[in-house]
Design a protein around this ligand. Structure first.
Ligand SMILES: N[C@@H](CCC(=O)N[C@@H](CS)C(=O)NCC(=O)O)C(=O)O
Length: 218
């Protein structure tokens, strides 16, 4: 029996859930999944007991409750430093934390205009200027990392916390047909090919179709 439980929402729409789940997988944590929907009042009451912020992902491990994706990443790095969720080098680690923080607190235009929806595909989608500025900044971050550390992941040979934080952006770029330069397009393909991403996407596709109002940032 795993001694950890990760509470998550829809695999098709839950971008923060995907980040938390991928972080646990990359840390090789043995965990059970618990699924909640957020539209039903009784489920929201249950979620409030589990996660004081109301939000998922939320990790329960060894009697500890950890919520908020960045806190989960830092916690997993503390209990499994050998997994390399944060780079060993202090300069790289501070760079990694900076771009994780930028994703966590920013890019609201991209997140609201291009919500994660793994079942959808919108060829020729036109992103408005605000979202395009976010796309510009994200692809600059990626190019800088890929050039500095040699790829194929943001901080070199193995996926780390930053790749988990930006993984739902890769899925959005594919869903909304965002044109990318060759380096960023290759990076998206690398992330989508991760076995853990394939596992998540297969489960998302198997979810029953949701209400239309769930097709928003989630
Ligand atoms: N800052 C939070 C964001 C988490 C978040 O927005 N989670 C969404 C689902 S992926 C949620 O729980 N929504 C439920 C609701 O708004 O009721 C984190 O990093 O974990």
């Amino acid at each position: 029996m795993p001694d950890a439980t990760l509470t998550i929402a829809s695999k098709n729409y839950g971008s923060w859930s995907l980040r938390g789940w991928l972080l646990c997988k990359l840390a090789n944590l043995d965990f059970a999944e618990e699924h909640v929907g957020s539209d039903d009042p009784s489920t929201r009451a249950e979620l409030l007991l589990l996660s004081p912020s109301f939000l998922v992902p939320r990790l329960s491990h060894d009697g500890r409750r950890i919520w908020d994706t960045l806190a989960i990443a830092e916690y997993l790095h503390e209990i499994a430093p050998e997994a390399g969720l944060l780079p060993a080098d202090i300069a790289q680690r501070s760079h990694c934390r900076s771009i994780c923080g930028e994703m966590h607190s920013g890019f609201s235009n991209l997140r609201s205009a291009l919500p994660m929806n793994l079942k959808a595909h919108y060829p020729g989608f036109k992103a408005w200027a605000g979202a395009r500025a976010d796309i510009e900044r994200i692809t600059t971050i990626w190019r800088e990392c890929l050039e500095a550390y040699g790829g194929p992941y943001l901080f070199g040979a193995n996926p780390c916390a930053a790749d988990a934080m930006y993984a739902p952006v890769c899925t959005r770029f594919l869903t909304y047909d965002v044109a990318l330069d060759p380096a960023c397009a290759q990076y998206c393909r690398t992330i989508m090919a991760l076995p853990q991403m394939q596992e998540w996407i297969a489960a998302a596709r198997a979810e029953p179709d949701e209400l239309e109002e769930l097709d928003v940032e989630f």
